[in-house]
Design a protein around this ligand. Structure first.
Ligand code: RAM
Length: 853
């Protein structure tokens, strides 16, 4: 038996943490039926032991919280875990973590640019002011043994020490709710310093902070780039020194003439840096500083250019063969003054022309100084597969690469089957996830790049099927809490930005409310996302941390239902339990309910059930959470509220053998959330099937109902219909996208028309990729019978048109592996779990190990 995959706060040896660490590990054993019987954790700082858990007789192996002496600022720790198992084997392993600079130890002062800067305009058009380089010179009198730099900025920055980047992170300090959570990065810069003169540079572009679309809510905004850094030095002789941002910081402009997340970057290699001038010291306090709680954005892959074609218009277009989020790295050797334009886009027209329906220019411009150079923009990223290149005389494909940016996470598994189209669908899901998990979960990497709460709410289970999402999603949940309004309302995006705040206010005005109001299926992310983390990990600590936020959201639903009269047709004593007022997106993008530009009226066709149904969903989940956390009073109170809501929904909507609407999603959500009265199950099931039949067997559900559609068809005894929808290839369907050459998941089912013409829809939206969760559970057949996969069910659905299917899935205990063919089944069950295997009509209860059936 050995221990593997040691994680601290779900990260590999994190550098710079300010939360209480939680430890996890996995057991690997060649012996079957292995169960952990005890663990012991010892944490040390140098020679000192700061925590010894002692022997704990427990099978717990994840989210074990540190409970030793208070951790000290900027200190290196190691932890060693020793485990014994039921077979009497013992194993140990250790890993490290380092704390951040804690609040009390900040000495640095914010230094703000003094270079005049025009005020930001509405939706930016690539005319932002130049990036600002902040410089600080300092001398070192002797050799340095250890040096750590703690830094952050208002804007997006790139750090160099004596001209060298100390790591490969991009777009620091990333995207967060800056007024309460500005991430601080920790760098080990020991190797980059020298005795004598040194220079530290932070080059600051607009990033999210200053971008007109993503900038924080107006009341919390500063208009000028600024930096904060503190360099903590330890000399070989043990003496220490601090160099920090202060009145010695200077600033100047350089080659980046403008940088914008949507419109791209203009880099002028001929530009002469402005004369450095003193920056201004400002007091912005340290209250919002938080150690970056997730892995930094990095290049996670580099793809070569696949082909070049000349469009009928003469445009030269490079294809990277895959939709990615990131940017192009290009070798340029062009005469002085040549302007090379790189325009990024997702799909060509059928005759191969440039097409950009995204509202964002996505155009980088490089002005050559005549010297050969490798150019990659610094402060922007794009969503693209294709690149239109202008300004270069000749194009050599070998000079172009696509650099894929994402927040790196542990891969959670692989999928392969005998059906190449299904395999491509899975790949498309994985790509959309990679492309939309850069710092925060986004809707798309092109047009909006926004943290839509609804999208991740519906996609979270599928996300866990592909990557370990915990530190990423928990970081985002802290942002959600920071943006949650005093009345508990959770906005449509997190971070909530000026753009979406004004959109929310406009919607309120149209729908008879004021202020920012909650949106069904979007705001519910406050409850559903922590719940999905719990289901995937088994961690109640996650629920504990989100408890107040979940509760505030539920209270907001209850208050809105109580105080806002929905309809005079509904008796008041029922209406008071129904969340049925204000603006809602409804199911969103139901194929038959086409969205008209600027007109939200059609969302009403599904909003009237989506809102009360999701209200019930949040309340009933929260009641379960309260029970899990032994909050009895809350458990009873919210259960009562949930039951009253359910009763009201059943009285108002379910008094007949059909729902008041012939939309599939109403039935789907009613079944999925457990709202259908027993006596109506048969009728509703039959009705759902008949609506599907009337629609020629094609799905007609939007964002929030589609993730449940296939499960509900199984539940009503029609798995054949669920399987049929997976293998459907007429529009709307998943395989239609694959047949159209999709390399990621589309926002709309008809994003590319049958004649190959793209629309303004995004081609890189993970929401409808939620189906990957169903494929993992039902087709590959790996299911969690208890939260966190402590108990596993293996039950592949073999009534599908496949001759084999193979899936691995990383659970908190280790990897589950499955490979089935029409003849046999091979499974691997991780240590410390048990499984029930359904195969060939038989049921086998097994412990950990590998089995052949
Ligand atoms: C779209 C976004 C997102 C969705 C909202 C309602 O513009 O792309 O996917 O959640 O609107």
């Amino acid at each position: 038996m050995e221990l593997a995959r040691l994680r601290t706060l779900n990260r590999i040896e994190p550098l710079g943490i300010d939360q209480t660490p939680e430890f996890s590990w996995m057991l690997r054993s060649s012996a079957r039926d292995t169960v952990q019987s005890s663990y012991r954790i010892v944490v040390t700082a140098g020679p000192l032991t700061v925590w010894d858990s002692g022997r704990v007789d427990s099978d717990a192996q994840s989210f074990i919280a540190y409970a030793g002496e208070p951790l000290r600022s900027r200190t290196e720790y190691r932890w060693t875990v020793t485990v014994t198992d039921n077979h009497g084997h013992t194993a140990s392993a250790s890993a490290g973590f380092e704390t951040a600079l804690f609040a009390d130890d900040w000495r640095a002062q914010w230094a703000e640019s003094t270079i005049p800067r025009p005020a930001a305009e509405g939706w930016g058009h690539g005319t932002q002011p130049p990036a600002v380089e902040f410089l600080r010179d300092f001398r070192l009198d002797g050799a340095v043994r250890r040096a750590r730099l703690y830094a952050t900025a208002l804007g997006a920055y790139r750090l160099t020490v004596n001209g060298v980047r100390p790591d490969d992170r991009e777009l620091a300090p990333e995207f967060s709710v800056y007024r309460s959570r500005l991430y601080v990065q920790t760098y080990d810069v020991t190797a980059f310093l020298r005795v004598g003169g040194n220079e530290l540079s932070m080059y600051v572009g607009d990033g999210w902070y200053h971008c007109p679309v993503t900038r924080p809510l107006s009341h919390a905004q500063r208009e000028t780039p600024a930096v904060l850094f503190q360099l903590e030095l330890e000399y070989a002789d043990g003496t220490t020194q601090i160099v920090s941002s202060d009145d010695a910081v200077t600033c100047r402009t350089g080659p980046v003439q403008s940088s914008d997340l949507y419109w791209g970057e203009r880099y002028d290699a001929t530009a002469i840096p402005s004369v450095a001038q003193r920056a201004r010291v400002v007091n912005l306090g340290y209250d919002n500083l938080v150690a970056q709680p997730l892995e930094p954005i990095r290049a996670v892959a580099v793809l070569p250019a696949v082909s070049l074609h000349i469009a009928p218009s003469g445009d030269r277009i490079i294809d990277f063969g895959q939709i990615v989020a990131g940017r192009v790295r290009v070798r340029i050797d062009a005469p002085h003054g040549t302007e090379v334009a790189l325009e990024h886009f997702e799909a060509t027209t059928p005759d191969g022309e440039y097409f950009n329906g995204t509202l964002a220019g996505q155009k980088d411009v490089y002005v050559s100084d005549g010297k050969p150079q490798i150019y990659e923009p610094i402060f922007t990223f794009h969503g693209f597969r294709y690149l239109r290149v202008t300004g270069l005389e000749a194009i050599d494909l070998a000079d172009f690469e696509a650099v894929v940016l994402s927040t790196p996470k542990d891969s959670a598994g692989s999928f392969e089957s005998s059906d190449a189209r299904l395999n491509r669908l899975h790949e498309n899901v994985v790509w959309s996830q990679r492309n939309n998990t850069m710092s925060i979960p986004t809707d798309c990497p092109t047009r909006e790049k926004a943290g839509f709460t609804g999208d991740i709410q519906m996609y979270a289970p599928a996300a866990y099927a592909n990557e370990d999402m915990t530190s990423f999603l928990e970081a985002w949940l802290r942002n959600l809490e920071a943006d949650q309004l005093p009345d508990g309302v959770v906005p449509m995006t997190v971070p909530f930005t000026t753009l979406y705040e004004s959109l929310s206010l406009r919607m309120s005005a149209q729908f008879g409310t004021t202020g920012v109001t909650g949106i069904a299926g979007w705001s519910d992310a406050a409850v559903i996302v922590p719940w999905e983390i719990y289901r995937a990990t088994g961690s109640t600590a996650v629920l504990e941390r989100s408890y107040a936020s979940m509760k505030a959201w539920c209270d907001s639903v209850i208050d809105t239902a109580r105080h806002m009269r929905g309809s005079d047709d509904i008796p008041e004593e029922l209406d008071r339990h129904l969340w049925n007022t204000g603006f809602h997106f409804g199911e969103w993008l139901i194929p038959s309910q086409h969205q008209k530009e600027g007109d939200w009226d059609n969302t009403r066709s599904s909003a009237f059930y989506v809102a009360p149904f999701f209200g019930y969903r949040s309340l009933s989940l929260f009641a379960q959470v309260a029970r899990l956390l032994d909050r009895d009073a809350d458990h009873h109170r919210y259960l009562e509220e949930a039951e009253a809501t359910k009763a009201a929904i059943q009285r108002v909507f379910m008094s007949a053998d059909e729902l008041p609407t012939p939309l599939m999603g109403g039935y789907v959500l009613a079944f999925a959330f457990g709202l259908v009265p027993d006596e109506r199950r048969m009728a509703y099931g039959a009705k759902l099937v008949s609506i599907l039949d009337d629609n020629d067997g094609l799905l007609d559900t939007g964002f929030v109902a589609t993730p449940y559609l296939l499960d509900v068809l199984v539940e009503i005894g029609r798995p054949d219909l669920a399987v049929g929808l997976v293998w459907e290839d007429r529009m709307p369907s998943w395989l239609y996208q694959v047949d159209q050459g999709a390399t990621a998941i589309w926002e709309n089912w008809d994003a590319i028309a049958p004649d190959g013409m793209p629309t303004t829809s995004s081609l890189d939206h993970y929401a409808f990729g939620a189906v990957d969760d169903w494929i993992t559970r039902e087709i590959a057949g790996i299911q969690a019978a208890a939260p966190g996969y402590k108990r596993i069910v293996i039950a592949p659905r073999t009534d599908v048109p496949l001759t084999f299917c193979a899936r691995t899935l990383l659970t908190p205990y280790g990897e589950v592996g499955i490979h089935w063919t029409t003849e046999s089944l091979d499974v691997t069950i991780p240590a410390n779990t048990t499984a029930v295997v359904h195969w060939g009509g038989d049921v086998h209860a097994v412990g950990s190990g590998s089995y052949h059936f």
